[in-house]
Design a protein around this ligand. Sequence first.
Ligand SMILES: Cc1ncc(COP(=O)(O)O)c(C=O)c1O
Length: 387
Amino acid sequence: MATAAHDMEAVRARFPALSSGVAFLDGPGGTQCPQSVIDAIAGYLRESNANLGGAFAASRRSDALVALAHETAARFLGCRAEETAFGPNMTTLNFALTRALGRTLAAGDQILVTRLDHDGNVAPWLELAHDRDLTVDFVDFREDTSLDLDDLARKLSQRTRVVAFPLASNALGTMPDAARIVALAHEAGALAWADAVHFAPHGPIDVEALGVDVLLCSPYKFFGPHLGLAYGREELLRSWRPYKVRPAADEPVGHRFETGTLAHELLAGFVAAVDYIDELGWEAIRAHERALGRHFLERLPESCTLYGLPTMDGRTPTFAFRVAGVTPGDVAQRLAERDIAVWAGDYYAVEAMTRLGLQPGGAVRAGFVHYNTFDEVDRLLEGLAVA
Ligand SMILES: Cc1ncc(COP(=O)(O)O)c(C=O)c1O
């Protein structure tokens, strides 16, 4: 079966790793890179490798690349270049940003996180709470794994300073109602702090339309290299005292939160990844992913129990499930023997897995992105039927 939405053969030909025959259904853990991303990284190292601010050509090219990467990040997120910051990964950026915010918080202030969050958007708050005597409360999800907005409304208080939430759960695929969460947070005078890591390969992000104050994502989940990227509303970033070395420039404001020398070669790869997505277009990506997801849901063997929404509405094509009588680790091992890459465990979504009673062991997770095929989904289904 093929979708008219995009030419699968042409798409797959751009990703060298896909010619190996392995069905990469591990996208929520990290995606493969198109050749243009690989070339951009190698090209930078070959032709422009230098530190910033020098009088010589390679350094000037590096200055230009860093500026271009921030402009590209702004285009990707719907903000201004000054409001973006790169780092090694989302987790490191989140620890840095939460610590900077923490300098403005007082003992007894409350942070709300959700049980759908990856620990990268939970542990930074728990550590901050430890250091500054804050309270962290968890917003629950319903039986169908949708976020319980009544629970959020109940838990908001006059002391709530931040509502941290995911645009999509990396374990279950569930996409909470971001607009409603932001509205509730702002009505209570709290910041809306979004983790877009899992959502980013599946749809466009517009921080202005979302109204979020901070948003984080990771380019290695959307066909780029291992990097983290953060957005912070300018006024907010300016109001914090950053942890930075004294000689590092204070402007543009996002740069205050970029410690040391960035991985310039990876910024080159990031620019190529965003160019690749722009070329393909979100509409084609989304149509194909939805069709793959439906194909999977309609054919999931009875021996499998799905944890998450049973239709493609309100979710990404990321599926957590268990196979009767086989541990998730064994299922992943048996699928690996058939050249099918999936994950097993909790994928750091420890609250969700505990809440669903899936610990220890977690669940099997298969995630589809736009370069996956119906044939690969069928191979997964066949593998599960005999697992
Ligand atoms: C939803 C979500 N948030 C945060 C992270 C952490 O991202 P990073 O590896 O860039 O620190 C991940 C990684 O899997 C994730 O899926």
